[in-house]
Design a protein around this ligand. Structure first.
Ligand SMILES: [Zn+2]
Length: 242
């Protein structure tokens, strides 16, 4: 009997110890918003409030290809955003309060030949030129300026791309966090250029800009850290399950 108690106590201690260590490790884990490599990188604790996930009822993917830092060979670039794959015309909501600085409501997809020619140019340049990215590949999109208060020392902006429709918004309008801004589509993708309904998704970017650089959320951060960060930073995921 005595032996049995000793064995039980031993197993209880043995099986608890790794969990405690893990919790301590997780608590001391630094959740960086992006990695500057030079200066001190801003952390989750530095932001003013949580960021609303722009689509209701879905959770962040764990597929690397749809997350920041993924290679985009077709345009010779790097993915600076998060892709949220949902059906055509799924409503999109503003992630934070701000002022609209881009709303290209009149955007029309170019034909597939022109589209492929732009992609050929990215191959010659070995990068995605900014004008091709902004005026062709983002498609119909909205950019919101969240000012300097969200992350001290940085100007924060958010981008919502490949929209099918923009919801009665124009440049200069104030917008509230959670306000409807538009609907998911495939504009700016090859499917948009082919004029079909395939490949619908929201491409969502958050940028932080200071006088020297512009960083995207998750830049130079591992996938595991991005997923941990998103658990803390985003609100509104799983909306319909709650
Ligand atoms: Zn994307």
């Amino acid at each position: 009997m005595k032996n049995r108690i000793i064995i039980i106590v031993f197993f209880a201690i043995f099986s608890c110890a790794p969990n405690n260590n893990l919790e301590i490790l997780q608590e001391s884990y630094e959740l960086k918003l992006f990695n500057t490599f030079e200066n001190e990188s801003p952390k989750y604790e530095d932001v003013r409030e949580k960021i609303l996930f722009p689509i209701k009822g879905v959770i962040l993917t764990n597929q690397s290809n749809l997350l920041p830092n993924a290679e985009r060979k077709y345009r010779n670039g790097i993915h600076e955003g998060i892709d949220i794959v949902v059906p055509f015309m799924t409503p999109v909501f503003a992630s934070l309060d701000g002022i609209i600085i881009v709303a290209n409501t009149e955007y029309k997809d170019v034909d597939i030949e022109s589209y492929n020619n732009f992609l050929k140019t990215t191959g010659k340049m070995k990068k995605t030129p900014k004008d091709i990215y902004n005026h062709i590949l983002l498609g119909k999109h909205i950019i919101i300026d969240h000012g300097f208060d969200y992350l001290p020392g940085y100007r924060t902006t958010s981008t919502y791309a490949h929209l099918e429709k923009i919801n009665d918004k124009k440049v200069g309008d104030f917008i509230k966090k959670g306000e409807l801004i538009g609907y998911v589509g495939n504009s700016g993708t090859k499917y948009g250029a082919l004029n079909n309904l395939l490949g619908a998704h929201l491409h969502w970017e958050i940028h932080f800009e200071n006088e020297n650089n512009k960083y995207y959320l998750g830049q130079n951060i591992s996938k595991e850290s991005i997923l941990k960060l998103s658990n803390k930073l985003f609100e509104g995921e799983d909306y319909e399950k709650n």
